[in-house]
Design a protein. Sequence first.
Length: 115
Amino acid sequence: MARQRAQCPEDLNRLVLERLNAGDVDGLVELYEPDAVLATPAGPVVGHVAIRAAYEQIVAGSPQFAPGAAQPPVRNGDLALTSVLLAGGGATVEVARRQPDGSWRWIIDQPNLGA
């Protein structure tokens, strides 16, 4: 299945929300570089295999996630800091990198800093 790639850092937060709500674990993993780090309540996980396992648990009960207020990314060359203010309080913070094909993927993801 061909999935939309993030053509700019702003696309990443929209795509993760769409894929979370669709239960699309493979699509979620595609948003990360192969050796990316994802913070989880149990501690950070590294790489596609561990990120896949984390998302399998997250979407197992088919929860629905509400959109937050995406903040403008802060860019420095091929890196971007993305963030979202969550509807229930707290925020997400991520670091994305431009890929050789021009798309963007996360390399570090902290999905919930708490309120």
